[in-house]
Design a protein around this ligand. Structure first.
Ligand SMILES: [Zn+2]
Length: 245
């Protein structure tokens, strides 16, 4: 079978993919009356890639692109009649961007990210050497996001929280009305993101970002870049790294 990259771009490749692809759809892991969130871990580093979809309009965005198989994400978005209209990046570490070039080529949509992380994006191929991940140079950021930037995904309003520490331009994506936070590598269930990488980390910034995380409503569902989902309240109660902030 020829690779996906040799197929003609939309819309011609979609019927072909349906007949040729043996990929499975991405699991739906969370939904509200207005939002669907699909996710599966990708790359050997088990990075949680997400597809966030407005249930009314079916407008969909990818969050972080570690997967080098964009077809299954496209098929998932299209299952209910939607399409992927953008890619938002929490940050530029290699496991979050090693599928970005291919996904951008196939979808042709804008990449939304914080420009403070661009040096991290650019160093992703070198990061890959350390972790055994092959990563082509990521394409440029098209839409600059900063602290408190907001944008729409269909009827959903996404607010960006700049939460540096793990990386300088690390973002969390907060859909306040639906009580959903996709928080990258800020907080994990019982843990937090590393701050010991040679470039771009700051323990002082991380502490401020964790304090900010703790100000969010306790019933906010949290979907991290690694490991399973949690809530703000659960992490405030039990995460040892959030005690005493
Ligand atoms: Zn990271």
């Amino acid at each position: 079978m020829f690779p996906l990259t040799s197929l003609p771009l939309r819309p011609l490749h979609l019927p072909l993919l349906r007949s040729l692809s043996s990929s499975t759809l991405i699991p739906l892991i969370h939904s509200t009356p207005n939002l669907n969130l699909y996710s599966t871990p990708v790359t050997p580093l088990q990075m949680n890639q997400y597809l966030l979809q407005c249930r009314q309009t079916k407008t969909s965005f990818l969050i972080d692109c570690g997967d080098s198989s964009p077809d299954r994400w496209i098929e998932t978005a299209e299952e209910g009649g939607g399409r992927i209209e953008g890619i938002m990046q929490t940050h530029g570490h290699v496991d979050h961007v090693c599928g970005l070039k291919l996904t951008k080529e196939v979808l042709g949509v804008d990449i939304y990210a914080c420009p403070d992380d661009w040096l991290i994006f650019k160093s992703a191929p070198a990061q890959g050497l350390l972790f055994g991940l092959s990563c082509p140079p990521p394409p440029p950021i098209n839409i600059d996001l900063n602290d408190n930037s907001t944008f729409k995904i269909g009827n959903l309003t996404i607010k960006c929280l700049l939460t540096p520490g793990h990386s300088p331009g690390h973002l969390c994506f907060w859909c306040e009305e639906e009580k959903v936070l996709v928080n990258g590598d800020l907080v994990f269930k019982g843990s937090i993101g590393r701050t010991d990488f040679p470039v771009g980390c700051s323990t002082e910034d991380m502490e401020k970002s964790l304090k900010r995380f703790c100000t969010l409503p306790s019933d906010t569902h949290v979907f991290p870049g690694h490991m399973g989902p949690t809530t703000v309240g659960e992490e405030k109660r039990s995460n040892p790294f959030l005690q005493g902030l």
